[in-house]
Design a protein around this ligand. Structure first.
Ligand SMILES: *Cc1c(COP(=O)(O)O)cnc(C)c1O
Length: 404
């Protein structure tokens, strides 16, 4: 099949302008390296935004996709399939959950979680139990319900009217939640680390206190682990590190290592409110996505991968501190495992994008979390040499921005 040559310029002609991608087109990835159309090489600290946790084109993951591609692609949920059953079994064996619902994305996993929480509230406590409380600065996806629950007003402005019965309280401030929660609350939704919102971990004891308030008011606790899950923090899910068990957990991003899949995990008791016909998805749980995710779960849920996340994290942090000792550009380096944030000092607030573009020119792909924080969410198995090469590029980029 003939393929037309394409360039970055074509993006502005044919794509809806809701994204503004970097001025190059990546064409190939291996491990934590990526190459663009011109053959330039990049170290990848983005991990596709906490997605490619096993790096690009991991041979076992590629093999899982190719093998399943030769067997069966799609059936719809009128039939079940082997990869979906095996993946659901694995996820329930690993976690608190008894039941799984599959989606194609994080937002859809959250949509299912919020709908389930409302349905459970109605079923068990009546029509007045519908309020959902989440946290300011949180991010839960881009559907209308998930931008409403998310704590960043900029993502829902202009899309009103939004669904009613949602309120936002301060993260890491239990009094703020205490003042808002009531018998009308059906669920409290939290990210164990605010990802998009600036890489802000839950303070010690905060998740426990949220759990206790939920129990007191018969509200479900939903953990959005779409960014923190699947090994990112060194535990398979961060709730395991925190020692607090949610009633519903949502997962996506790294679950497919780049193949679209999401899932909502919950208990038998809560799952019972989604009876036959109450919710669904055409593609959710399709054999290709589930076959890939099965392999991803097997590979990541092992001491080989989980056991080295903390050491990689320490290397990232010490390299960032070394850059900071020289350039005094970061106010704080924070995060857990391989979800890391470096907040710029006050005078550079609002200018994260400038560093991102300069890093790209020096051969490094990096993320921001809001306007003030450089974010890193690389492959969990990024080689130390790639970390060092990436940090050398970051330092060059910072020197350039500071000298400009
Ligand atoms: C990325 C993300 C989402 C949305 O996932 P999509 O797959 O983009 O729909 C939801 N919650 C959190 C915490 C995320 O990081």
């Amino acid at each position: 099949m003939h393929k037309e040559p394409v360039t970055r310029a074509l993006f502005d002609q044919v794509m809806v302008p809701n994204y503004n991608p970097q001025q190059m087109v990546p064409v190939r990835g291996r491990g934590s390296r990526v190459w663009d159309q011109a053959g330039n090489e990049y170290v990848d600290f983005t991990g596709g935004i906490a997605v490619t946790a096993l790096g690009h084109n991991h041979p076992a993951v590629v093999d899982a996709l190719k093998t399943q591609a030769d067997e069966l692609w799609h059936l719809s949920n009128i039939f079940t399939n082997e990869p979906a059953l095996r993946l659901a079994k694995k996820l329930t064996d690993i976690t608190f959950a008894d039941k799984v619902f599959f989606s194609n994305s994080g937002a859809e996993a959250n949509e299912a979680a919020f709908k389930l929480a409302r349905k459970y509230g109605h079923d068990h406590f009546g029509d007045d139990k519908y309020e959902i409380i989440s946290f300011k600065q949180s991010f839960h996806g881009r559907t209308l319900f998930t931008v409403t629950v998310g704590g960043q007003p900029k993502y829902r402005e202009g899309f009103e009217p939004v669904p009613a019965g949602v309120s936002h309280v301060e993260y890491n401030n239990i009094d703020s939640l205490k003042a808002a929660i009531s018998d009308k609350t059906c669920a409290v939704v939290m990210e164990p680390i605010l990802g998009e919102g600036g890489v802000i971990p839950a303070a010690p004891g905060f998740a426990q206190a949220v759990r206790e308030l939920c129990d007191q008011y018969n509200a479900l606790l939903i953990f959005d682990e779409i960014q923190t899950g699947v090994g990112r923090t060194g535990a398979f899910y961060e709730y395991m590190n925190l020692g607090v068990t949610p009633d519903i957990l949502t997962t996506a991003k790294a679950l497919g290592n780049g193949f679209p899949i999401g899932a909502m995990l919950t208990t038998d008791k809560v799952a019972a409110s989604f009876v036959f016909g109450t919710h669904g998805s055409t593609y959710g749980g399709n054999p290709l996505g589930c076959a890939v995710a099965e392999t991803v779960v097997d590979l990541i849920n092992s001491p080989d991968v989980l056991g080295q996340v903390e050491a990689k994290s320490a290397l990232f942090k010490s390299e960032l501190e070394a850059i900071n000792a020289k350039h005094h550009i970061f106010k704080e380096v924070r995060g857990k495992g391989l979800l890391l944030g470096a907040e710029l000092i006050e005078e550079w607030h609002g200018k994260g994008q400038q560093f991102l573009a300069a890093a790209r020119e020096e051969g490094l792909m990096i993320l921001v979390a809001g306007p003030n924080v450089l974010r890193m969410a690389p492959s969990l198995i990024i080689p130390d040499d790639d970390v060092k090469a990436g940090m050398a590029a970051l330092e060059r980029a910072i020197s350039k921005v500071l000298a400009a």
